[in-house]
Write a protein that binds this ligand. Structure first.
Ligand code: DX5
Ligand code: ZN
Length: 229
């Protein structure tokens, strides 16, 4: 285990169910079940039909979800996300924009913090962590996509383990309190591996919402490899 991962094991794991995989006809019940099952955050995938070829939720739903009391982790898969930051900031704790979605990443991250939210930056599978170097001081969360954005239920891309480790090293060397999140294909079969590499927030849709026992599913994601240190 790397030094960064050993460092990361002291922090509690946060689990963020992605409601993209919930039964949309039964969304209220599904959300309440996820909260009762121990979810730390609710992950809300906002898609614009342009940055990704899919459409999802608007600010109206974010407002209703906020009333449940669980903090919202809004993942903006939208091109030129300034308008979406303005629209969702009042409802979300975390607002995450994609490196690939804007030529003005630094300004977007500053805007998110100005709005009182935690600023997140997401990396597509092919995007290098090098893009983070000069914005790290403006970032509260790095979201590493472990599938291509756009849909739930895709298989985890194993090559992303190395990226999680590289990002953990970058954060550790900076000394900044940046959280690392992973999103896509996360289940109990790979959660230990991503936690060992330094992830601290696990976004999971299909695994949690297709489970008969959400509390056990969420608990299974929190399990770390036990180490003597
Ligand atoms: C993909 C989304 C993910 C997705 C994860 O674009 O960002 O949040 O809902 O779902 P699973 O865990 O099913 O891959
Ligand atoms: Zn997401």
């Amino acid at each position: 285990m790397s030094e960064s991962a050993a460092h990361a094991i002291t922090a509690p794991v946060k689990v963020a169910p992605s409601i993209l995989s919930a039964d949309q006809l039964d969304l209220g019940n599904q959300v309440r079940k996820a909260i009762d099952a121990g979810a730390d955050l609710l992950h809300l995938d906002i898609m614009d039909g342009h940055f990704v070829p899919n459409l999802t939720f608007g600010p109206g739903l974010a407002g209703r979800l906020q009333q449940t009391g669980i903090p919202l982790d809004a993942h903006l898969m939208v091109s030129n996300p300034g308008w979406a930051i303005e629209a969702f900031a009042r409802y979300a704790e975390y607002l995450t924009v994609h490196v690939e979605a804007t030529p003005h990443l630094h300004r977007m991250l500053r805007l998110i913090r100005e709005k009182g939210c935690k600023s997140g930056v997401a990396l597509n599978p092919s995007t290098s962590p090098g893009f983070l170097k000069y914005v790290l001081e403006d970032v509260d969360l790095i979201l590493i996509m472990t599938v291509n954005p756009g849909w739930g239920g895709q298989p985890f891309i194993p090559a992303m383990l190395q990226k999680i480790e590289e990002v953990s090293e970058l954060v550790r060397h900076s000394g900044l309190p940046v959280e690392i999140s992973v999103d896509g294909g996360i289940s109990a079969t790979n959660s230990r591996a991503v936690l060992d590499k330094g992830a601290g927030i696990l976004v999971s849709g299909n695994y949690i919402f297709s489970s008969d026992d959400m509390a056990s599913a969420i608990e299974s994601l929190r399990r770390r490899t036990l180490v003597n240190c």
